[in-house]
Design a protein around this ligand. Structure first.
Ligand SMILES: [Fe+2]
Length: 168
């Protein structure tokens, strides 16, 4: 059974689409090894999947921060919940090998989570990233000063010094 990134998952965001396709390719490599691969090979393929996953989620979270994506808190929580489950699966793989639980995670649950997450969480993020973002806001201008009135323009009478202007 192959696990594939399909065109209907495209978000038209080059970086996200590339990374999502890579995740499916790594999942497919793991899936191919599950029945016949040696435990060390399976562990190595899962490690490669974990690396791609961690760097993808971090890159996505950096994009959300940069773009001040309003849903970034909720989106990041979805990543954290998924990573916690992924780590449980990985611990079982290390301790007990590719059990049916591990195999169903790698072949069914993770691909399903990814498809769901791309459609429900990543698609609105990609739409947000595609919109032009306002640049720095203009600095507030100083308030205009009142224009001088004709009276202000008349030469002022010199104030007579008390000492009559003689040098001291
Ligand atoms: Fe995401």
């Amino acid at each position: 059974m192959s696990v594939e990134w399909t065109r209907d998952l495209a978000l038209e965001h080059e970086e996200l689409d590339h990374e999502h396709a890579l995740l499916f390719a790594r999942l497919d490599a793991v899936s191919a090894l599950l029945d016949t691969g040696a435990p060390a090979e399976i562990e190595q393929a899962v490690a490669a999947l974990a690396d791609a996953l961690v760097s993808h989620l971090a890159a996505e979270e950096a994009l959300m921060e940069e773009a001040h994506y309003p849903e970034r808190g909720r989106h990041k929580s979805a990543h954290e919940l998924f990573v916690a489950d992924f780590l449980r699966m990985r611990a079982e793989l290390r301790e007990e090998g590719p059990t049916p639980f591990v195999a169903s995670w790698l072949r069914i649950r993770i691909p399903e989570w990814l498809r769901f997450h791309i459609r429900v969480n990543d698609a609105p993020l990609a739409a947000h990233l595609a919109r032009p973002h306002p640049g720095p806001q203009p600095r507030p201008q100083p308030r205009p000063q009142p224009r001088p009135q004709p009276d202000d323009l008349r030469p002022r009478k010199r104030r007579r010094r008390r000492d009559g202007g003689r040098p001291a």
